[in-house]
Design a protein around this ligand. Structure first.
Ligand code: ADP
Length: 606
């Protein structure tokens, strides 16, 4: 009942009731006034007739008045003036009753306002309506009075009389009452109709409002889809409320779209946040962690979850950083062997209000290692070059100091100088080779190569070298051809390096075997170079492929090694999508393995 619909219905009915009451009262009063007027006119006519008749009757004395009255009353009745409702009295100027028709006037009646006014000689121009008690009953009456002179023939004197007529108003009252009843009935019907109409009319206002209310509730619940539904507007009924409803639906849709976009953005950001390589930690102004990503936890550990800023980044404090002039600050940190570059940036809540600090953590360990490696490499190169130069220089100086005078010594010295120069040339060649590989200048001349043949040829080529140390160098395995797509010269280079190493690092009379192992399941072919030499310790096995790494520097150098051979071999294998690794037992020998993708398995017998 408290709804706007019922309020509108109530208001409408109230308005109708007000209009009806006002107009009803007006109508009733008008009816009453008209009735009074009519009665007054009738009484005036009656009195005129009586007075005229009395004055023209040429009365002898007062007692003749009775007869005149009887005559005029019956004449009036013939004229259908209703005399039943009228009581007629004639009073002399002392107020004594000269004539009356039905009942005498009481003392109270004689003091009636109309009679007093008539006695005072005033003209009464309207009906005086009031109530009197008649036989224990209160009835409404209308009084009329007028004074007039009457001359008697006998005495010739003129006396003033008062004609007083009292009209019973029962008829008028009935008419007014009937009118009122009609008005009340009509009002009741009108109110009923108004009520029904108001109910339907209010419905057209309240139903869009109700829908609107429902939509706002849906919106509050977060169901923007429902709030955005376009209302079904009846044709031609596009009033302000409908427009409001339609606008509200539009707003709902816009809001829902906006929210979707914001959510998308948020999701995007949170994905970036979660998967970015850099660590991110957000702190509030108190230094408490607000948000962090997995990368940050990986770099700094779980402590970022429960330790505050000052504990983690000591000696830096958040208070100092926030108070500093600069908006960003960078710090290099070392955490458990890793190098982390931390960037601290203030972030704003709104214009001019600092909300806290965002810390970006970058893992620079690899970069650092690269730098270290580069430094080490330059140092190694310098050292490797200086050693032969120092040797050459000292020998040249000795020669200059007179050693050249002894032909035997001179020849020996020149031989050493030549050997060192060769070594330097070889070192520089290898370095250039590596640098060309690094800068991707080396282009492979790819062609189908019979790997079996290549391995067998390499064995042939190095037989002489092996024989110098009385070592046996053999190819074990079948004559089956295995084809790979490769740069023949480069693969030869790798094999050469492995065979010379095997010769170098194995004692005299050792045996060196080469062979092949097809891997049809993975589509690859493997080549091995096995020796019964000194072997390589486990911890050295991976490192020997690094540039300049040698297990025994002095020994390697004395054997003409540069420490670059295996590094170059690995680069060449990478370029062929191949692999290189070593299996070895210290003291009993090593096996170096090469693996290539097979071009197509071909069975050929040579
Ligand atoms: P180098 O020019 O010194 O031979 P490499 O890169 O060819 O350089 O080899 C690196 C190191 O690996 C060698 O110095 C040596 O210590 C070790 N090495 C290589 N091949 C063998 C092998 N067959 N047996 C034992 N050690 C080996």
């Amino acid at each position: 009942m408290g709804s706007i619909k019922w309020k509108l219905v109530f208001l409408y009915i109230l308005l109708v009731v007000f209009v009806i009451v006002v107009s009803g009262v007006y109508i009733i009063m008008s009816v009453q006034r008209n009735q009074y007027k009519e009665i007054y006119t009738e009484l005036e006519y009656t009195s005129d007739r009586i007075v005229d008749t009395l004055q023209t009757a040429s009365l002898e004395e007062e007692s003749d008045i009775q007869a005149v009255f009887a005559e005029v009353i019956s004449a009036l009745m013939l004229e259908s003036v209703n005399m039943d409702t009228k009581n007629i009295y004639l009073l002399d100027q002392n107020g004594d009753m000269v004539y009356y028709r039905d009942s005498a006037l009481t003392q109270a009646d004689l003091a009636s306002r109309t009679i007093m006014d008539a006695l005072a000689g005033k003209t009464i121009d309207e009906l005086y309506v009031h109530r009197v008690n008649e036989e224990e009953e209160s009835i409404s009456v209308g009084d009329y009075a007028r004074s007039f002179p009457l001359r008697y023939r006998s005495s010739g004197e003129s006396n003033t009389y008062i004609l007083f007529i009292r009209q019973t108003m029962a008829e008028v009252e009935r008419t007014v009452y009937n009118t009122m009843m009609i008005i009340i009935t009509a009002s009741a019907v009108a109110i009923l109709i108004a009520g029904v109409l108001a109910y339907f009319l209010a419905g057209t206002i309240s139903s869009p409002l109700r829908r609107l209310t429902h939509k706002t509730q849906e919106m509050a619940k977060g169901n923007l889809e429902a709030a955005g539904e376009e209302p079904a507007i009846p044709l031609g009924n596009n009033d302000e409320l409908m427009e409001l409803e339609s606008n509200f639906a539009y707003m709902g849709r816009e809001l829902s779209n906006m929210l979707r976009e914001v959510n998308n953005e948020k999701n995007k950001l949170s994905t970036v946040f979660s998967y970015m390589a850099d660590g991110l930690v957000v702190y509030n102004t108190e230094g408490t962690m607000v948000q962090s990503n997995p990368a940050a936890a990986k770099l700094l550990g779980d402590r970022i979850l429960y330790e505050d800023f000052n504990a983690i980044f000591a000696p830096l404090t958040i208070e100092e950083l926030l108070a500093a002039e600069e908006k960003t600050h960078t710090q290099l940190m070392q955490v458990e062997g890793a190098y982390i570059n931390a960037i601290f940036v203030e972030y704003m809540e709104e214009e001019g209000v600092i909300a806290g600090l965002i810390v970006v953590l970058q893992d620079t360990t690899e970069q650092k290692q690269m730098e270290e490696m580069q430094k080490e490499f330059v140092a190694n190169v310098s050292h490797e070059l200086r050693t032969p130069i120092t040797t050459i220089k000292s020998y040249v100086e000795t020669l200059m100091d007179g050693a050249k005078d002894e032909p035997e010594v001179e020849e020996q010295f020149l031989h050493v100088i030549n050997h060192e120069s060769d070594r330097m040339t070889y070192l520089i060649t290898e370095l250039l080779e590596l640098s060309r590989i690094d800068s991707r200048q080396v282009k492979l001349q790819l062609e189908p190569v019979d790997l079996t043949q290549l391995v067998r040829d390499s064995v042939e080529e190095h037989l002489f070298l092996a024989r110098q140390k009385e070592q046996s160098l053999t190819f074990t395995g079948s004559t089956t051809s295995y084809f790979i797509e490769a740069d023949k010269q480069r693969v030869e280079q790798v094999l050469r390096n492995l065979i010379t190493n095997a010769v170098k690092y194995s004692p005299e009379k050792a045996s060196i075997t080469l062979g092949m192992r097809p891997r049809p399941r993975t589509g690859r072919i493997e080549v091995f170079v096995r020796d019964t030499g000194m072997g390589i310790e486990k911890k050295e096995q991976e490192r020997i492929f690094e540039r300049f790494y040698r297990v025994d520097k002095a020994r390697s150098r004395s054997m003409g090694g540069t420490g670059l051979g295996l590094a170059i071999a690995r680069e060449i294998m990478d370029m062929h999508h191949g692999e290189i690794w070593v299996e070895s037992r210290y003291g009993s020998g090593s096996t170096f393995w090469l693996s290539f993708p097979l071009l197509e398995p071909k069975e050929e017998t040579v």
